[in-house]
Design a protein around this ligand. Structure first.
Ligand code: AMP
Ligand code: MG
Length: 355
């Protein structure tokens, strides 16, 4: 049996947090900083998609923008959540065939596209395997190799069809099930930025369980400062990223896991094996203008491991940047971030473009 060994990981509330003030000096959370930063800031906290979310918008239209975004989060949760029996995805999973709303169908298409681009490292059809491990119900168990082998037969990307015009999704094998959990939060944050913009907001941020997306600059014109949580420690950050108009999305085994007989089993599955990915990485952070892509790739590059992920970035460096923390605590940062990333606790290695 393959086993996943992780260093003892602290339970985290957030993978990334907004900072204000000088580098590493201020550890205020997004909620706290937002309410004191500027009088015109509007902040709301909601719990949806199984996670705590904070939305902040500044200036004219902020109140309307945040209200619309909160309603929209609830709509999306009801559309995509595998945890709610009435969601579009749950109905598809139950029947094996369903006409999705145009929005859900578009996201489904995007998930399939990212799956193809990452050679199945991001894989939206692993729900039967997630169920076998007990992640959806929290009734955790370690499935045996034969069970996983048979469930892997239900995860062939060629066995799903999507008709883009009608939104009809059909699974060709009984028992196939979709899971957009690896992409839903990034999609949500990118759509919230659109809502903010449509309300005239030019400065705002959303944090979905520590995955952050920022719109524009801070109201004073300076960059947002996003702290990346260290998987091993609750207090020290991996580093701080100064940026504007970006999603900063992290995947790590430490975010959700259970322990059995001294072994830790986490929630990011390698579709080639059915077991939690053992890629030598503790976490992957993706920085991109495109929140959906950032979320899909954070999961995918975590599964790929450093060498494959590095090559993937080198081939696609115009669309994203990344920060990798390996199991041996080495931090790698892609070249596009070298002038906006700082770390007081880590030396870091820059991954350069291929000339
Ligand atoms: P994330 O936190 O974005 O990496 O997403 C992890 C979640 O995505 C898991 O809790 C599963 O619901 C789902 N998932 C697990 N493994 C994969 C995978 N290889 N590709 C896509 N989604 C996955
Ligand atoms: Mg993801």
């Amino acid at each position: 049996m393959r086993r996943v060994l992780l260093q003892a990981a602290a339970m985290l509330l957030c993978a990334a947090m907004l900072l204000c003030g000088g580098c590493g000096e201020n550890t205020e959370s997004a909620e706290q900083s937002a309410s004191t930063d500027a009088a015109e800031a509007v902040t709301k906290d909601v719990f949806a998609m199984d996670t705590y979310m904070t939305l902040t918008a500044y200036g004219d239209g902020a109140s309307d923008a945040v209200d619309q975004a909160v309603n929209y989060i609830e709509t999306l949760d009801a559309m995509l959540s595998t945890g709610s029996a009435d969601s579009e995805i749950s109905k598809l999973n139950e029947t094996g065939s369903a006409v999705l709303s145009s929005e859900a169908a578009e996201l489904f298409a995007r998930a399939l596209e990212i799956a193809e681009a990452t050679d199945g490292a991001f894989h939206p059809l692993l729900y039967p395997i997630m169920e076998a491990w007990g992640f959806p119900t929290h009734e955790y168990r370690v499935p045996d190799a034969a069970e996983l082998e048979s469930l892997l037969q239900l995860t062939d990307l060629d066995d799903v069809t999507l008709d883009a015009d009608s939104g009809l999704v059909t699974f060709l094998k009984e028992g196939m099930k979709a899971d957009l959990g690896g992409i839903a939060k990034g999609y949500t944050s990118s759509q919230i930025m659109e809502i903010f913009q449509s309300c005239g907001v030019t400065s705002g941020m959303v944090s979905l369980g520590g995955n952050v997306q920022v719109l524009g600059a801070k109201p004073d014109g300076s960059d947002w400062r996003i702290a990346l949580q260290n998987p091993d420690e609750t207090e020290n950050y991996l580093g701080v990223l100064e940026t504007q108009d970006r999603a900063v999305i992290t995947s790590g085994g430490y975010e959700r896991y259970f322990e059995q007989d001294g072994t830790i089993y986490h929630h990011i599955i390698d579709a080639k094996t059915g077991y939690p990915a053992e890629s030598g990485l503790q976490s992957v952070t993706i920085v991109s203008e495109d929140g959906t892509l950032a979320d899909g790739l954070s999961t995918a590059l975590f599964v790929m491991g450093l060498d494959t992920a590095k090559a993937y970035w080198q081939a696609n460096s115009s669309t994203f940047d990344a920060i990798f923390l390996t199991d041996d605590d080495t931090l790698y940062v892609t070249a596009g971030l070298k002038d906006c990333f700082t770390s007081s606790d880590y030396d870091w290695i820059v991954i350069e473009e291929v000339q």
